[in-house]
Design a protein around this ligand. Sequence first.
Ligand SMILES: Nc1ncnc2c1ncn2[C@@H]1O[C@H](COP(=O)(O)OP(=O)(O)OP(=O)(O)O)[C@@H](O)[C@H]1O
Length: 925
Amino acid sequence: MANQQQQRVIRVRAHDGRSTAVTLAAAATVQDLKTALRSSFAPALASRDFHLFLKGVNLLADAKVGNLPIAHGDSLSFIPVAAAKPTPPSTTAPPNIFSGKKRKFSWRGGEDIYAKIAKPTPPPPPPPSPAAISCHGMLPLNPTQMVEHLREGMGKSGGQITHSEEIPGREAMFSDLPIHLSSAMRNALRSIGITKLYTHQSLAVKSAVDGEHVVVSTSTSSGKSLCYNIPVLESISQSSSPCALYIFPTKALAQDQLKTLLEMKPAFSQSEFDVSIYDGDTAMKDRTRIRNNARLLITNPDMLHMSILPCHGQFKRILSNLRYIVVDEAHYYKGAFGCHAALILRRLKRICSSVYGCNPTFIFCTATLANPREHVMELAKLDRVVLVENDASPCGSKKFLLWNPPITAQERRSNPVLEVSRLFAEMVQHGLRCIAFCKTRKMCEQVLIQTRQILQKTASELVDSICVYRGGYVASDRRQIEADLFGGKLRGVAATNALELGIDVGHIDATLHLGFPGSMASFWQQAGRSGRRSKQSIDVYVAFDGALDQYFMRSPHKLFGKPVEHCQVDSHNHKVLEQQLACAASEYSLRSEYDECYFGSSMNSVITTLKDKGCLINNSSGGNSGVWKYIGHDKKPSQNVSIRAIEHHRYKVIDRKSNRVLEEIEESKAFFQVYEGAIYMHQGVSYLVDKIDLCSRIAYCKVFDLDYYTKVKDYTEISFIGGDVDEHPASQCKPDITRTTAQANACKVTTRWVGFDRILKSINQKSDTITFNHLPPYSFETQAVWVQIPQSVRATVEQRGSQFLHGVHAASHALLSILPLHMMCNGSDLGTQCAEPQGNSETSDRILLYDKHSGGIGLASQAKLLFGELLASALELVETCSCTNFDGCPSCIQSFACSDCIKNLDKEAAILILKGLIQYEKLYF
Ligand SMILES: Nc1ncnc2c1ncn2[C@@H]1O[C@H](COP(=O)(O)OP(=O)(O)OP(=O)(O)O)[C@@H](O)[C@H]1O
């Protein structure tokens, strides 16, 4: 015992898996510990500095190290410092790390988080720098020259360019300004340089003026705004009462549109009318004035939901004179948000009509979709809409490159983040203004960091000419970035799909996609951000090693020949309907007889649910008046209904130093990003999360410069809770679909977080795994589509000596990978049940995909409809993949969405299962 107090034996594990026990005296210092490790792990650590971790926290630190108790029996791990980044010498002597004080450090409490050791270190041999192989030239190039430059330069040795395609330019088709346009309107158009309309604009304007609901579905930058601005401005400038409501899904778009309207407005000086934005950023002091005066109110669905509809009396003048409702970017309304938006539009229509006797004309604009008319009819529950889709705007030619990162000496594909970063650097160096689209916020941050590192070496003056743009940033930061991009101060941004929408950031020459963005509509929308008007542009699609990207790299015609998808919005989601009907009832009592035309046939059953919950009461004493009054205890139920995700709780990420909220993350997503020990990235800066307060839902973090990033390990269980899912509406009108035994059912999904991997940035490889079990599981109810695998198929697989469960796991991954080819969804919309290796008999004989949105947004019923095609497509994917590994590769059955992405997989078995299922279904019908 006495000996233990004086001598401590700790176990230290190296990043490469080696492990040893180290014995240290009680009075040992940091230096002693380092010396012991250097001798234990020589020669690897002979001249390298390293990070040393106890339960995820770097122990080699500043003066606080003196308080650090490393207890006898503790397990530590270390990672050598990869890149030589000398830090300022420490001014304090190496502290005694075993001070004998009571153990103060607590991982869960996490008060003490220690910075990287502040000691200069001799630089280790640097890994080959991307900058060393990047171009240092700065000569301005046009897109055609850039294609050649890439062919001869960074794309030459690795053979990255697997395909090039040129989409030719198109001449504009004009028509004269319609004769009925007022002279003020003509002047207004002239003031923004417009003397003729494109033919699609003329058609849209005419239809709207005639009172027809219209949807304009044309390419990016095809002049869609004028399709609504002309009829609206004509209407409100010609008499003093008509009003209009513009609804944009983001505040940035509202600001952008206000700018255009204010440019046109002076031409109408004789008839004064107020155009104002009314959104969450509108100052309280301005709100009454705007409510009293605005003739053209620009807002968003959130504001309609939270503020305008619940207080509709304050907007009486506008709502009773509403001539037009403009819904721009209608394709944005899908998934959970689309479901809420559809019901908010119904609430708006109901209030306008039932309370104020007004039936406005809708004008929708959307990106190119397969079903624009059906989509907006469902969105606003309209019976008739005029479709305008013959795009007559001009466009310049576009060069597309499909770019597959080369296979390295280690037989792995080189990191696509790095490839995009190199391309990004090339573009900005050669004067091409560029947007690098990334699928996630984290990838944007990684691309920014890597590109800056490259530019530091190749053109350091351009390091600050790029930044990240994403939805989570505070509004003023985003406005600044948009202005800087427009004004030329910035040459490029790494952006999420937040920049997909039509915010005017000036001319963009080049767009990059880091992986397929999830849908063809998104792909074209992103690509359309470059080459606005008739200027030439370049677009490069950089592939991940995943199945879908590799499928497109192998079969480019599938990409370029593929039609854009249908956009689905499911306004029948029971949970959303319940929330929205409570809001609607609080605005104006529900009437069973009349309101079904807004809320559909499930309205009455939801009314019963709300009645049982004590939210509604029948207006008559006999209880049969058909009028339902809201009596819930929330005065404004909309305050508690979040429409951007169907969940109420969010975790705040707070920077300890500045006490600033960096981000708010929905509860269901929070633990994928923040947990104790997580590396959290924000604006190119990495933070270490040192504490999660589960009660107040706050993750505290500090700026930390570490050589690794983290990836959480999670495990998901799915159980059916009874109840079939409604048939997808398209099932009635698609007689040619492949029939299937797949079923769609309500289910409960529970995710548990069991630890995280630390991945070394320098080699992009796992260093070690930290386990934990303190995070609460997260459960939600949703919908799943699944198919039972017949026993005969299982028997065939087992007779061949293949692992059945590993085959199910692999086949599920393949199915998930090909989904975006068939449905408008991306990897984060659906999940698959990855079979447990031990095989729970209840769950092991099925392939299951579940809707990741709480309550389900109709994806399961849509997938059920397509299940036969999905099976065939998954089989084609696995069979045509040339890899010979029994556990496949990322191009076929390995999925990075699964935390065990490369474990428990069997390619051969997957083929047998998919084939067996297809065969079984054929025989069954
Ligand atoms: N008839 C026209 N003649 C010439 N230029 C036009 C005409 N109509 C629109 N434009 C110009 O085309 C550009 C793009 O217009 P606008 O922003 O309305 O397109 P959009 O289709 O709404 O774009 P996005 O898809 O990004 O939302 C603007 O600069 C606009 O002035």
